[in-house]
Ligand binder design. Structure first.
Ligand SMILES: *[C@@H]1O[C@H](CO)[C@@H](O)[C@H](O)[C@H]1NC(C)=O
Ligand SMILES: *[C@@H]1O[C@H](CO)[C@@H](O)[C@H](O)[C@H]1NC(C)=O
Length: 511
């Protein structure tokens, strides 16, 4: 990151009038879900026009950006169907995502003509038993599955040396703001694509940072929901203990529309989704998009070095500036907090997380592969053998398969893993939970996505919002994290901050 930063605090201007919807005066580029729904109602826009626009943009931009792995050959058919439904259904009876094109990360199963491969040729041609739980809900809401977003292969649980945003199927994803900047992963394609207007909205998944980090790097909003709030069935897993599915979008409001559509019970992820159902507010999450959402919120601030300082000291002045914005919005800042075991969290609890994840991955991935109707690989051992056999294709020689090999060595949840899991639980209890409760905090705030590692280990939710650009134009965000089920408050805070700052600007990337 640059030493000196020119933070762009201009309000978001409106860019480029629509290419395809000329004459009706509606710009699809940068349009929000809310804008689109109004345009639908006024008969100024159709889902077909939306899909045609995004397909054209994918065709134009994706050869360089590589945010998309596959487009849905049925997307136009689905768009026509949505347009037809809108004519016949009672106004107001349709969901907020009806007729909206969405890209889903390529580790999320769709039972259609799209492949679900986690970016790997080892899964190309595999047939999934059914739509992922979140895809069932998206289709029910009337969303149009536009295609599959690229990702760090196997959600970065094959190689430990591959660059983030790389997978064998489309290669290296590119940050649309600065081609030389890390796009981060593993939900790289979702963040790249939505930032560059190749889709209206997208879904990513996160185990430890995979939504928050690419959102940080590509100047978009990411929500990492409480684990279990969204179903993980049909998602190529790392560990059910930490995996969560969430939106990556250009605005908080868009992300909340998507969240509303995907939360809730799924019989194929019954225990966790039933458990987390209690967190879903009556009437959904849109009600928390309040312009004065910051008022009265207690926000914890820590300037602990493990939190991104001092290595990122160049953004410190801007973080300070944003803290003032939060104060001006009516938030109460509880400053100079120390997370009791933050150092432990970043050091040895990372080792515990690793120990647990390797064993959990083997169990979860074997279960996922077994359930496929057909597949080139049926087990982790098969996937390792596939990689060895196709070492050119999969760049095994270059990037290796460290996590696969390490995971294959494990043998279920034994004594060591139990100890590691106990450490993780205790770490959250004595650390983040204690801090939040003792100080009666609504959220902890961090620059960038530094909170990721704490949230991930404890299944906690977080929202990241664009917070600026450094001198070279590399984006960075600000993260708000809270206790399980605190999405309503986090949405109020994130929306309040976004409305007060409106920092995000679309990338000026040209192919
Ligand atoms: C899925 O993969 C097969 C190759 O196995 C390919 O022929 C097909 O076009 C892919 N589907 C899409 C929608 O790209
Ligand atoms: C758990 O924590 C203890 C320290 O409290 C540490 O010695 C140990 O290495 C950790 N992990 C495991 C797997 O035992």
């Amino acid at each position: 990151m640059a030493n000196h930063i020119g933070l762009i605090l201009l309000g978001m201007a409106l860019f480029g009038f629509s290419i395809d919807a000329k004459g009706i005066g509606f710009s699809i580029k940068e349009a929000t879900v809310h804008d689109i729904q109004i345009a639908f109602k006024q008969n100024r826009l159709t889902s077909r026009q939306l899909v045609e626009f995004y397909l054209r943009e994918i065709h134009r931009l994706n050869p360089v950006l590589r945010g998309v792995i596959e487009v849905n050959p049925d997307a136009l058919y689905l768009a026509d169907k949505a347009d037809q439904e809108r004519k016949t259904k009672r106004p107001g009876s349709l969901s907020g995502l009806h007729g909206i094109p969405i890209l889903v990360k390529d580790n999320i199963a769709t039972k259609d003509r799209l492949n679900t491969t986690a970016g790997s040729f080892a899964l190309l041609g595999s047939v999934v038993p059914r739509d992922a739980g979140v895809v069932v809900k998206l289709r029910k809401a009337g969303a149009i599955i536009l295609g599959k977003a690229s990702l760090s292969e196997w959600s970065y649980f094959r190689s430990n040396t591959a660059p983030s945003g790389w997978n064998a199927r489309v290669g290296q994803g590119v940050n649309p703001y600065i081609a030389s900047a890390d796009p981060c992963g593993s939900s790289s394609g979702s963040a790249i694509s939505v930032a560059a207007n190749m889709a209206a909205v997208t879904l990513g998944t996160e185990t430890d940072g995979s939504i928050l980090c690419p959102s940080n790097q590509n100047s978009v909003v990411g929500i990492r929901p409480t684990v279990g709030l969204t179903s993980r069935s049909g998602v190529v897993p790392i560990t059910p203990r930490q995996d969560t599915v969430g939106p990556i979008c250009r605005t908080v409001s868009d992300a909340v529309y998507v969240l509303d559509a995907i939360v809730g019970f799924d019989p194929y992820d019954a225990v966790e989704t039933r458990g987390a159902s209690k967190y879903i507010p009556k009437g959904g999450y849109l009600q928390f998009l309040k312009a004065d959402g910051l008022r009265g919120k207690r926000l914890g601030i820590t300037s602990d070095p493990s939190f991104g300082f001092p290595e990122n000291s160049d953004i410190f002045p801007f973080f300070e500036h944003h803290l003032n914005t939060l104060r001006q919005g009516g938030a109460i800042l509880v400053d100079h907090l120390e997370i009791p075991n933050l150092h432990a969290m970043v050091s040895y609890l990372g080792i515990d997380e690793d120990i647990a994840m390797k064993a959990e991955f083997k169990l979860a991935i074997n279960d996922y592969l077994k359930q496929l109707v057909t597949s080139p690989v049926r087990s982790l051992a098969d996937a390792i053998a596939f990689n060895n056999k196709h070492s050119d294709l999969e760049m095994i020689r270059e990037y290796g398969q460290y996590y696969f090999l390490e995971a294959e060595k494990t043998n279920g949840i034994g004594k060591l893993e139990k100890k590691a899991l106990l450490n993780l639980t205790r770490g959250s209890k004595d650390g983040f939970i204690k801090l939040m409760k003792k100080n009666k905090l609504d959220a902890l705030v961090s620059p960038l996505n530094s909170l990721s590692l704490i949230l991930a280990k404890g299944q906690f939710p977080g929202i990241i919002v664009p917070a600026g650009y450094d001198d070279e134009g590399t984006p960075f965000g600000i993260t708000f994290g809270g206790l399980k089920g605190s999405e309503p408050k986090l949405i109020e805070i994130a929306y309040g901050f976004e409305q007060a700052t409106k920092i995000r600007k679309p990338p000026s990337f040209k192919p």
